[in-house]
Write a protein that binds this ligand. Structure first.
Ligand code: J2J
Length: 548
């Protein structure tokens, strides 16, 4: 455990003291928070999934039953547990049980496949994997036990696998819960302890692990409540995958618990499923990525469902087009909130009572007055006010480094502890940020982040490929999609799109990372220093896009 802490860069002592003195950080932990709320909101609804309705007390009791089982499983405080579950009660119960015992979840998405899950298990040296039999909803169905088999074979340290649903040769998550009393002399979990690992979108190949502690993450959740209008009357629809930082903490389902509200689990985010849940449960808040918001906007005028309870629609993860933003109020009859956040920390919100121009054209301002924002040019010098530049940030819930990755940390963090976000932004005089683009090599596919380098490395393994570059091509719906430029080997023909996609699928890559298009090219354009010019490739795609 000491080793895990040592590999998770921490805030300098003076900053910790400052955040505590300013009343931002407290001694509270997530496990204790749920206990307090269970006493306070006892019989009030906390979680709804289909026909299952859990009060605060019932949710807390389920968490304790799972804790009792986990305590007897041989896992110890500080052990890493990779969690890949759908939007179900079991996900929330598992999350809080692990938090309560100081077991450290590594939050994977349902979209991740064998390659990614193996990487999370290896990088975190996980002892357990908690996953599901298949998805309750969503097409196509996928058997996660097959994935678990592959991962287990590749990760010798992975001793235990639990399945939500029919376990086959593994253990059933459901039967892990037990009525035995909690073991009293379990090590205490403190606010300064690590709580879990989030995943970075990834720019340099594989996703990096983001260590989060109770005190900083809890502050980001609690500090989000007022800007987002969360209170005990809030009914929040978990429409995006709950393991993502946005629906988890901005304020997300953790914010629901902190506010004493109720969460409704959506098995998938389609308008059909979600509109029905909004009507049935009187949903007041939800969070979407821009392409989903556009689907909802197109479907809403034709629905028979009553959406009038919805008061706030949060949109973030990628930039929302201002034309779509303008339609939210008139069509859905609710307030739009733009959210520009990152699993590494900094989260910006437009405020619910901001002027329309601010809500439509900016991506919000930071949660906290103690969030420090620096906008610099390529030489690290501050740009003139209002000019776009590279966003660097430091603050009470922005990490000081990735887990166990000194090389990347040296590049992604400045000497004085600012995180280099890779985003290009301009700041308005009132402190609002407008996202203008990206300096990092990443593709944002409607909120899903793709590291071109990770995909390129897999494409290079194809026998007919000599070299490749994966770049973003513009797309009306998703904003960006990945396109792979491929130079074939001498005498070979480059694989076409279906061939290459099939090849990548057999490597166990998440579907959202698969290139939508493969283009053959003879040679790459180069920059002055001889590197492949992705800028020129992107421009070529833009030119064909706008001339089409
Ligand atoms: C443009 N780009 C955006 C926005 C994120 C709340 C909301 C989102 C995330 C998230 C999150 C954007 N406009 N409104 O963690 O708590 C891009 C930026 C950013 C990266 C972070 C949250 N909102 N982005 O998206 O870790 O490039 O977090 O650096 O997945 O998404 O991605 P991620």
């Amino acid at each position: 455990l000491d080793d895990i802490r040592a590999k998770s860069p921490d805030y300098p002592e003076a900053f910790k003291q400052h955040y505590r003195d300013q009343g931002l950080w407290s001694d509270q932990t997530f496990g204790a928070l749920l206990k307090t709320q269970a006493e306070r909101f006892a019989a009030d609804p906390a979680l709804i999934e289909g026909e299952t309705r859990l009060s605060y007390r019932a949710l807390d009791a389920r968490v304790d039953r799972l804790c009792a089982g986990l305590q007897r499983s041989g896992l110890k405080k500080g052990d890493r547990v990779v969690v890949q579950l759908g939007n179900r009660a079991s996900f929330v119960v598992t999350t809080f049980a692990l938090f309560r015992l100081g077991l450290l979840p590594v939050f994977a998405l349902p979209a991740h496949r064998a390659k990614e899950i193996t990487h999370f298990c290896t990088a975190s040296n996980a002892r357990a994997l908690i996953t599901m039999a298949d998805r309750v909803s969503g097409q196509p169905r996928f058997d996660f036990r097959t994935l678990a088999r592959e991962v287990k074979a590749a990760c010798p340290a992975l001793e235990q696998v639990y399945i939500d649903g029919a376990p086959e040769e593994f253990n059933a998550l459901e039967s892990l819960s037990c009525d035995a009393p909690l073991i009293e002399d379990w090590p205490v979990v403190g606010a300064d302890d690590l709580a879990f690992f989030q995943l970075s979108g990834g720019t340099t190949g594989l996703s990096k692990l983001i260590p989060r502690r109770h005190q900083d993450y809890l502050y980001s959740v609690i500090g989000s409540l007022a800007p987002c209008g969360f209170d005990e009357r809030t009914t929040y629809l978990v429409a995006l995958p709950g393991a993502h930082n946005f629906p988890m903490s901005s304020p997300g389902f953790l914010g629901v618990i902190a506010a004493g509200g109720c969460m409704v689990m959506a098995p998938e985010p389609s308008p059909t499923t979600c509109f029905e849940l909004i009507e049935r449960e009187g949903v007041t808040h939800t969070a979407l990525v821009p392409p989903l918001a556009m689907l909802w906007l197109d479907a809403a005028p034709h629905t028979q469902r009553d959406l009038s309870s919805l008061s706030v629609l949060q949109v973030g993860g990628s930039k929302m087009n201002s034309e779509a933003a303008k339609r939210v109020g008139p069509i859905l009859g609710c307030t739009l909130q733009q959210v520009f956040g990152m699993a590494e920390g900094l989260v910006n919100y437009t405020r619910l009572d901001d002027d329309e121009d601010v809500i439509l054209y900016t991506q919000g301002r930071p949660i906290s007055a103690l969030d420090e924002v620096r906008i610099v040019d390529d030489h690290g010098q501050p740009v003139a006010p209002g000019t776009p530049g590279n966003l660097q940030t430091r603050g009470p819930y922005t990490i000081r480094g990735y887990f166990d990755n000194p090389d990347v940390n040296a590049k992604s963090f400045t000497e004085d502890g600012f995180y280099c976000t890779g985003d290009v932004v301009a700041q308005t005089p009132a402190g609002y940020l407008i996202v203008g683009g990206r300096e990092k090599d990443q593709i944002n596919r409607g909120g899903e982040k793709i590291s071109p380098e990770e995909v390129e490395n897999l494409i290079l393994a194809h026998p007919d490929v000599f070299d490749t570059a994966v770049v973003a091509m513009p797309d009306d719906f998703l904003g960006e999609r990945p396109c792979a430029f491929v130079i074939p080997r001498k005498g070979a023909t480059a694989p076409d799109t279906p061939t290459l996609v099939d090849f990548l699928k057999t490597r166990g890559l998440a579907t959202f990372k698969l290139p939508d298009q493969v283009r053959t090219i003879d040679a790459f354009p180069h920059t002055g220093v001889g590197k492949i010019s992705k800028k020129a490739l992107r421009q070529a795609l833009k030119d064909t896009y706008f001339s089409a």
